[in-house]
Design a protein around this ligand. Structure first.
Ligand SMILES: Cc1cc2nc3c(=O)[nH]c(=O)nc-3n(C[C@H](O)[C@H](O)[C@H](O)COP(=O)(O)OP(=O)(O)OC[C@H]3O[C@@H](n4cnc5c(N)ncnc54)[C@H](O)[C@@H]3O)c2cc1C
Length: 424
């Protein structure tokens, strides 16, 4: 059940919310609220009292003002793919979901920008502009589901962050509804393209996880799609060799669009799910994607293959067609979805280490896994040292049979947090 509302009669608030956005815009039945009890961090759950689905900034402003009047907590939500519990209604409250504000409002190819509503799904932007030779660069692996508002709030990166940067590098400006309902525009305005005269506060809001307000419309930068790609798959006996390859490629002055690694356990799960043809006995596989002008790309690819071989790669495959490239990326980007083959539950960690420390951190994770008897597969953005150890556990067993496993998974999370603080 949702928590008791400490701010007056729930029925009054529900009626007031319905008066603003109609019956179909307010979710309040406990069984329907269950969808919103957590995000992709599933270890902790709590129900909001209401979920509201506004269709416009005006409706959203009215909701925010109402909640401010009653002193009710508000929780903005995009697609709920956050891995950190950022969308958890810790003390209940009103969850404001942007999924009905999902339009691409305009595309300006000449100035390479698009104006979208915050609930617009990330991948829809590139899909809408790729026929014009453009793309929206930040590509979190969750991009078929996550929203631009969520990306702004978490300053999302993705496989191509290595070369193209994170969300903050591709957001020109946005509309923000402040906690008292005031609407402001920060950064470049959609009409004239000129900077607003005041302080540039975009940086303060991007990555602030909804703490300063709710993003409703976003002006994003589009880039010219690369003329050509060379996508390679290096197969290694172990993670150390693959990690060394990552450092050596950068040291050679090559900046690939992406370098992504999967260790043996996750490769096996991905292969079982998508049948790409990954070798099941490989210690690690490394995806290296070069992009840019077609001229010169072959030479760079030869150099990458040389570096892989120098680091004892068993083989290096190159995607021969766009379909092969797309399939390889599908496998990588849906790797989390394949975890169900290994375990009913998992806890995703998200950390960053210097590239040169990748072998060390992978050894640490392996030792932790062995010490506590927990399986921890790894799939990560190796190019920028962004690791994702996935601690597997059985939540149902945690409640019923082996209560230790869930507790242990949680302890690893806390222990690692302490470890990083010491390292700092
Ligand atoms: C399979 C998978 C792969 C992933 N891969 C990546 C990756 O490669 N890179 C990466 O960075 N992340 C990744 N993530 C994490 C997640 O997808 C991103 O953080 C994403 O930006 C969240 O978007 P969302 O729409 O789901 O936001 P939500 O999860 O709904 O919300 C995330 C945070 O943003 C706030 N918020 C949401 N919308 C708004 C808004 N309109 N205004 C203000 N605040 C708002 C919420 O309150 C919350 O604090 C992955 C997650 C999954 C499940």
């Amino acid at each position: 059940m949702p928590p008791q509302i400490p701010w007056g009669k729930p029925s009054t608030l529900a009626d007031e919310l319905r008066a603003i956005i109609g019956e179909d815009g307010v979710v309040c039945k406990p069984e329907e609220l269950l969808v919103y009890e957590c995000d992709a961090y599933t270890l902790e759950k709590n129900l909001p009292n209401f979920v509201v689905l506004p269709r416009s900034t005006e409706e959203l402003v009215a909701i925010v003002k109402l909640c401010a009047k009653h002193n009710v907590p508000i929780i903005p939500r995009g697609a709920g793919t956050s891995l950190s519990g950022a969308v958890l209604a810790v003390t209940g409250g009103v969850m404001i979901t942007l999924s009905r504000m999902d339009k691409i409002l305009s595309v300006d190819c000449r100035n390479r920008r698009a104006l979208v509503e915050a609930g617009c799904v990330n991948a829809w932007i590139t899909n809408a502009v790729k026929s014009r030779g453009l793309l929206y660069a930040p590509d979190p692996s969750s991009q078929p589901a996550c929203t631009i508002g969520g990306n702004v709030a978490t300053n999302s990166g993705g496989p191509h962050t290595l070369k193209y940067g994170v969300t903050t590098n591709h957001v020109l400006g946005f509309e923000l509804v402040l906690p008292d309902g005031e609407v402001v525009w920060l950064g470049t305005k959609p009409d004239g393209g000129e900077e607003a005269g005041d302080y540039d506060l975009r940086g303060a809001v991007i990555g602030s996880e909804g703490m300063f307000g709710i993003v409703t419309r976003v002006l994003v930068r589009l880039i010219k799609a690369p003329q050509a790609y060379k996508t390679m798959l290096g197969v290694f006996e172990n993670v150390d060799d693959a990690s060394q390859t990552v450092s050596d490629i950068i040291a050679a002055g090559i900046v690939p669009g992406a370098m992504e690694m999967m260790d043996q356990l996750i490769t096996q799960a991905v292969e079982a799910a998508y049948r790409f043809g990954f070798p099941l006995d490989a210690g690690a596989v490394l995806i290296v994607e070069l992009d840019g002008l077609a001229a010169g790309l072959d030479k760079q690819a030869e150099r990458v293959i040389e570096i892989c071989k120098k680091n004892r790669a068993r083989e290096v495959r190159t995607a021969g067609t766009e379909d092969e490239r797309a399939l390889l990326w599908k496998c990588r980007k849906r790797a989390f979805g394949a975890i169900g083959r290994l375990s009913p539950n998992f806890l995703t960690q998200d950390g960053v280490v210097p590239r040169s420390k990748l072998p060390e951190i992978m050894r640490y994770i392996r030792a932790t896994s062995e010490k506590h008897g927990l399986r921890i597969p790894n799939v990560f953005h190796a190019g920028d040292g962004n690791i994702h150890p996935l601690v597997l556990y059985d939540g149902a067993a945690g409640r019923a049979r082996h209560s230790g496993e869930m507790h242990c998974a949680r302890r690893q999370r806390d222990r690692r947090a302490r470890h990083w603080r010491r390292e700092d």
